[in-house]
Design a protein around this ligand. Structure first.
Ligand SMILES: [Zn+2]
Length: 81
């Protein structure tokens, strides 16, 4: 399953996706991943909410710390599964 997007890939592409600078292929893979991944769906909703509240996407809205925290949550979540 080389073409399956991972949660890490999704987190890295979320800015491009929301700014609509993502490529068509990546967009399709992104949306496919979302359908099967509740965690990433929640993450995307939170990002959309952040943008609504702040009006735009900034470096601060997606801090590295927040991304690390999310990926850590994903890892422990997958280990339990
Ligand atoms: Zn995911």
């Amino acid at each position: 399953m080389n073409d399956a997007m991972t949660c890490r890939d999704l987190v890295e592409l979320v800015t491009d996706y929301l700014e609509e600078t993502i490529g068509a292929t990546d967009r399709a893979r992104f949306e496919q991943h979302l359908q099967g991944c509740e965690q990433c769906s929640i993450y995307l909703s939170q990002m959309r909410l952040t943008i609504r509240l702040t009006g735009r996407l900034t470096e601060e809205t997606i801090s590295e710390e927040a991304a690390d925290e999310l990926l850590h949550a994903f890892r422990s979540w997958k280990q339990r599964a």
